[in-house]
Design a binder for this molecule. Structure first.
Ligand code: CAA
Length: 387
């Protein structure tokens, strides 16, 4: 639906079909149970990895598929349309930890960590937020102190997607000292693995939606990280994280569009089947107008996202358009799923039909990887920076 606007190459259509087939065979039969029971299935990551879907943006030299951003987002939308929880795994792994390693890692770090991540053998997570540092990410407090050939990290990271099952975590911590705080420039990025002494998985969140995606706290209790695992330059971790979130937000936009598209498709079918007042409810303009507005917002969101991805692949800065895409797509997902429930009426409010889950899954897209309010701040700041 509304794909005709985006000119996909033969290769992109083939990858889109592969993603659809995978989602139908490996996700659709389990989505309802994962949601109901709050089950995170690590095996799905392995299956995505076997398809190359955990190294889509990594060059072939580092064992990835070396694809462009649009192709990755096309595949991600197909996964999200069936199971948004799996889409967040795919988005976080492809956009955040692997991109940080690719862009800022040393050759030794890429050989040791990026290659197995690109092959999908190791799962990557991203740990920036803390219980008291969400939107104000630069206020994070996890402290890293140098001790010989190690850094010792103490603190709690929060809202870490699949953090309890990750093999590699890109974690941000302060390397400035309490006597000499440097704000955002006092933060460094570290490559953490769960076998390091002092690492443990804390509270698992019991979430409204995306219940098939694990979200945990990570506890660093004098976690010993070798100095060799400092990523790039000390003091640059926040900037690296922000640059990676520019990419991450495109993934969340694609996830949002997948959720919205699924809600639209279900609604179109339901409105043709559901009879009231002696005819299918699609015959009523009240329903037609809703469906028309839903389809328009999905098409507009996808078009902005793909134009942004194409700009990124041409090497242009995309901070502002990335935030616009994330803002527009996530608000589309929330709005479209709300309309879908209205079209379903009482049946939209019960778990028997999928739009109830889509509505709950949509909500977090307006929150994580930067709330809608943070996206608006970024967009507004850029207006002044470029005017
Ligand atoms: N690209 C490059 N550099 C950037 C940048 C970007 N997109 N954004 C900021 N920077 C740089 C700035 O230029 C500045 O550098 P200088 O020191 O050279 O001046 C530095 O970073 C600090 O930037 P700001 O002064 O803008 O920092 P701030 O404290 O005002 O914060 C913010 C800016 C945009 C509000 C930022 O804190 C933010 O994005 N907050 C939201 C955090 C977020 O998205 N968290 C999601 C976590 S991941 C998640 O959700 C879980 C998951 O697993 C899915």
């Amino acid at each position: 639906m509304s794909w005709a606007l985006i000119p996909l190459s033969e290769e992109q259509r083939a990858i889109q079909q592969t993603a659809r087939d995978f989602a139908d065979a490996e996700l659709a039969p389990f989505t309802e149970r994962w949601d109901r029971d709050g089950v995170f299935d690590r095996g799905i990551g392995e299956k995505l990895g076997a398809l190359g879907f955990l190294g889509m943006l990594i060059p072939e030299a580092y064992d990835g598929l070396g694809l462009d951003t649009c192709t990755y987002l096309v595949a991600l939308e197909e996964i999200a349309a069936v199971d948004a929880s799996t889409a967040v795994l795919m988005s976080v792994h492809n956009s955040l930890p692997t991109q940080m390693l690719l862009r800022f890692g040393s050759e030794a770090q890429k050989q040791a960590y990026l290659k197995p991540m690109a092959r999908g053998e190791w799962l990557g997570a991203f740990a920036l937020s803390e219980p008291d540092a969400g939107s104000d990410a630069a206020s994070l407090r996890t402290q890293a102190v140098r001790d010989g050939d190690h850094f010792v990290l103490t603190g709690v990271k929060a809202w870490v997607s699949h953090g309890g099952h990750a093999d590699v975590i890109l974690a941000m911590a302060r390397t400035d000292t309490p006597d000499d705080r440097k704000g955002a420039r006092g933060i460094s990025a570290f490559i953490v693995t769960p076998d390091m002494p002092g690492f443990s998985v804390g509270k698992k969140e019991d979430k409204m939606g995306l219940r098939g995606s694990e979200t945990v706290q990570l506890v660093f209790d004098e976690l010993r990280v070798p100095v060799a695992n400092l990523l790039g330059e000390a003091g640059m971790g926040f900037v690296y994280a922000m640059q990676s979130l520019d990419n991450g937000r495109l993934g969340i936009a694609a996830q949002s569009i997948g959720i919205a598209r699924a809600a639209l498709e279900h609604s179109v079918r339901y409105a043709a089947e559901r009879q009231q007042f002696g005819k299918a409810i699609k015959e009523f303009q009240a329903i037609q107008f809703k469906l028309a507005d839903m389809a328009t917002r999905v098409a507009a969101s996808r078009t902005l996202l793909h134009a942004t991805a194409a700009a990124k692949d041409r090497g242009l800065p995309i901070t502002q358009y990335g935030s616009m895409s994330k803002l527009m797509s996530s608000e589309t997902a929330m709005w479209v799923t709300t309309q879908a429930i209205q079209i379903y009426g009482g049946y939209g409010y019960v778990k028997e039909y999928p739009v109830e889950r889509l509505f709950r899954d949509a909500k977090v897209t307006e929150i994580y990887e930067g709330t809608s309010e943070i996206q608006r701040i970024i967009i507004a700041r850029e207006l002044y920076a470029t005017s």
